[in-house]
Design a protein around this ligand. Structure first.
Ligand SMILES: C[S@@+](CC[C@H](N)C(=O)[O-])C[C@H]1O[C@@H](n2cnc3c(N)ncnc32)[C@H](O)[C@@H]1O
Length: 172
């Protein structure tokens, strides 16, 4: 359902920021197909290594693992059609600066999607996930400050918010 909602078509160039153990990679690699590209961005050396092994073992020719910095995903300029964070938004420190900088990595009609656990999930999940959630209103506010507008929001995930943003065009 997430992949469908993201309207991923073959040939798209996608970056997953905070790819972790690579949960999304099989879905993303299959959705963009051989002509597409998936950049799996991670900041932890052990996870980068594990992701590289996963990519090699699975034979994903269209996935590139990127050793990002905490304040910069180190993606190629203007080359990303869709950047995704999943359970990662709350990990990023200066989010306004981070996503303002990311605008330079997006293609002309590039999008940014955030999936993250909501703080208002039912107890005891709210207690277990305490400190690992993002308030959807705060995501909206920070993304607006970073120069984006929300273009879509979905409510089919039980504990997570899921919204898509696009950069606000700069008037000449
Ligand atoms: C909870 S995991 C989510 C993994 C995966 N996206 C998922 O949905 O299963 C969060 C990941 O974000 C990474 N991370 C933390 N800060 C980051 C940053 N500034 N840029 C990129 N990744 C970051 C962590 O190393 C960790 O692997």
């Amino acid at each position: 359902m997430v992949i469908d909602a993201l309207a991923i078509r073959p040939g798209l160039r996608i970056a997953e920021i905070g790819a972790g153990e690579g949960y999304w990679l099989p879905w993303l690699a299959a959705a963009v197909g051989p002509e597409g590209r998936v950049y799996a961005v991670e900041v932890r050396a052990d996870k980068v290594e594990a992701l590289m092994k996963l990519v090699e073992d699975a034979g994903y020719d269209n996935v590139e693992v990127v050793f990002g910095r905490y304040d910069d995903p180190r993606l190629p300029d203007r080359a990303v059609d869709l950047a995704i964070t999943s359970k990662t938004y709350h990990h990023i420190e200066d989010r306004v600066a981070y996503f303002a900088n990311l605008r330079g990595d997006l293609s002309a009609d590039g999008r940014v999607a955030h999936l993250d656990d909501r703080p208002d999930m039912p107890f005891p999940l709210s207690w277990i996930m305490s400190g690992h959630t993002s308030d959807p209103a705060a995501i909206d506010q920070e993304m607006t400050q970073a120069g984006y507008r929300r273009v879509e929001a979905f409510d089919f995930l039980y504990t997570q918010s899921f919204s898509i943003y696009q950069p606000i065009a700069v008037e000449d």
